[in-house]
Design a protein around this ligand. Sequence first.
Ligand SMILES: Cc1cc2nc3c(=O)[nH]c(=O)nc-3n(C[C@H](O)[C@H](O)[C@H](O)COP(=O)(O)O)c2cc1C
Length: 178
Amino acid sequence: MTEHSTHLISSDKPIVTVSSVDYRNAMSHFAGAVHIVTTDGVKNRRGVTISACCSLSDNPPTVLVCLMRQHEENRIFIENEKFCVNTLAGHHKNLSDIFAGRGGLSQEQRFLQAEWGTLRTGAPVLSDALVALDCQLVGWHIHATHYVLIGEVVAVKTHPGIDALMYLDRNYRTLPLI
Ligand SMILES: Cc1cc2nc3c(=O)[nH]c(=O)nc-3n(C[C@H](O)[C@H](O)[C@H](O)COP(=O)(O)O)c2cc1C
């Protein structure tokens, strides 16, 4: 057993699960932050709107991101070995839609809709993101329909004091700081 291996539990008994539809309905009650995860490097620049991102540990600072395998281009995140999680603010609703593919813009056109910089890895950093976590890819797994990326955070940039963009009940919400 190595420290970084994947361990899947197998069972002789069939596992009874809920249907995808019931699961999606249940998950619609999860309030989630919205991010654009970006990459650049040996392969093309790419950005994707996601909610499946969470903190994995603070030592070393590590995040976990899940990306659909159905979109072949998501492989670019693995090939570039770097990514940046750009957490969106309340005013980024339209940008979130653009990077979710709504409107059908090309990746290059999508990046033209906002200002970007870089931190350490070279992955695109949204200039007015609530927070940007610049990550070196340190591991990845395939689990069923998704890639699970594990990134060590090598630089951060924050814009405190602005509202957060959330996704709840299949709609965007703005979470004010009160
Ligand atoms: C609020 C929201 C959250 C999303 N979360 C994820 C996610 O966690 N992982 C993922 O792979 N796709 C997620 N998506 C879907 C992708 O954004 C979408 O499939 C992709 O960007 C389509 O890109 P394309 O037009 O370049 O193919 C989410 C979309 C929205 C609107």
